[in-house]
Design a binder for this molecule. Structure first.
Ligand SMILES: [Zn+2]
Length: 429
């Protein structure tokens, strides 16, 4: 008998995203009809059909028992691309794009990211932590239990380190699992004018060593309007020398070398990847780098050019999905809506979209051993949806269908409301 202090039962569709985890699992998503799950401490210890729970698991006298009354359960979403540390808003940019008055590259020159940078520099670390904490609550309420979170709105050494400290403090204060990524190479701040090389020099020789103990990933943006291949390669090499993992924003604004560079540098992921030629796709298929697609950004840019998801998947590349939550180009934390966009705009099946938002996203941020599927040995992180089948989640769009969320074996959202839980619970690694 397996001992457990938490049990979930009476689940119409338990979507494990762990094919082969149980003899009765069906489909690519490892769906168990009339399913149940048990956990001890922070980790799952058993998953299977409800009628086997009683014989397989002995519950402790004080165990938490959750009856879903026939709902659908998914692993907590893993959002592999978010920018949650910022101040101010860019609503005006959004409305000007909507009216087709300006494109994103025009806005990059006239203000864009730098408007957020200015507002973020003006805020204290505590004030930014307050904002980020509230945003972390929203991620959870929408069913996301792990995120990769980037800096990138400081763009001075002190301000980038301030934003990184916000993420580190949040890791210890909040149940949301947070993987910090240092994005000093977001754009060249306007204070540097045309002198991008000087910026990259300071970033690689001075800022990165200072950031190293506090970050897990280093991110670069290789694209028109951001950094060149040569500059990105320099930052990536310096990051690797410090033992940090890589991720990249690339090929969002146009064709270019970013995707191939990311694969060559063995980056864990390369994100956006809207403009891809055949060589880019071949590189992704042959390499170990996950392609993270961010259809919410394309949508909010009022663009019709979405990432070529079908070409990627059909060729055999590993595809993940994220929100790109940020104030300029994708102001949503709702992964359920991203699933809808993946189905409608990227041509993905609901099964492909859910896999991309869970196990593949976990791989993109280096957490695939611990999160992204419901199976013994992983964190007990899942969401209960008020629908009878996972197929209703992309279809019933623009809603928050999450009723309750469990993270590390504790109920953290109940009937849509945050529950206060004892700390510390969650650790991202
Ligand atoms: Zn981004």
């Amino acid at each position: 008998m397996i001992e457990a202090d938490f049990a979930l039962f009476n689940v119409d569709e338990l979507v494990t995203v762990a094919p082969g985890c149980h003899a009765e699992a069906r489909g690519d998503l490892g769906v168990i009809a009339r399913g149940a799950l048990a956990a001890q401490g922070t980790d799952i210890v058993w998953v299977g059909p409800m009628d086997e729970l009683h014989d397989a698991v002995r519950l402790t006298p004080d165990a938490t028992v959750v009856n879903t009354h026939g709902r659908t359960v998914l692993p907590g979403f893993v959002d592999p691309h978010t920018h949650p540390v910022f101040a101010g808003d860019r609503a005006a940019d959004f409305y000007r794009r909507a009216l087709n008055d300006e494109g994103y590259l025009d806005q990059l020159e006239s203000g864009g990211i730098m408007a957020t940078v200015k507002a973020t520099r003006e805020k204290s670390e505590d004030a930014l932590l307050d904002l980020a904490y509230q945003r972390a609550d929203v991620f959870l309420r929408y069913g996301t239990t792990s995120i990769q979170a980037k800096t990138g709105y400081g763009l001075t050494k002190n301000d980038e380190l301030k934003c990184l400290r916000v993420l580190n403090r949040l890791q210890h204060l909040h149940v949301l699992k947070i993987v910090p990524a240092f994005l000093g190479a977001h754009v060249v701040p306007s204070d540097y004018g045309d002198n991008a090389d000087a910026y990259v020099e300071g970033l690689t020789s001075d800022w990165l060593p200072a950031a190293q103990p506090h970050a897990q990933f280093v991110d670069v943006w290789c694209d028109e309007g951001a950094f060149t291949e040569r500059q990105c390669r320099r930052v990536m090499r310096a990051a690797q020398d410090l033992g940090l993992r890589l991720t990249a924003h690339a090929n969002e604004m146009g064709y270019g070398p970013g995707v191939r560079l990311a694969v060559e540098m063995r980056s864990s992921s390369v994100d956006h990847v809207v403009y891809l030629d055949d060589d880019d796709i071949e590189a992704l298929v042959k390499g170990d780098t996950v392609a993270v697609l961010l259809p919410g950004t394309t949508f909010a840019l009022a663009s019709d050019v979405y990432a070529p998801a079908r070409r990627l998947i059909d060729a055999g590349a590993t595809v993940a999905l994220g929100t790109d939550f940020n104030p300029g180009t994708s102001y949503t934390q709702n992964m359920q809506l991203i699933l809808t966009l993946a189905v409608l705009k990227l041509g993905m099946s609901p099964e492909e979209a859910i896999t991309a938002a869970t196990v593949h996203a976990a791989r993109a941020i280096g957490l695939d051993g611990r999160v992204g599927s419901l199976e013994p040995g992983k964190y007990c992180d899942f969401s209960i949806y008020c629908v009878g089948s996972y197929r209703e989640i992309p279809y019933h769009y623009g809603m928050n269908l999450v009723e309750s969320v469990v993270a590390c074996g504790e109920v953290v959202v109940r009937e849509g409301q945050m529950v206060t839980v004892p700390f510390p619970l969650a650790r991202s690694s």
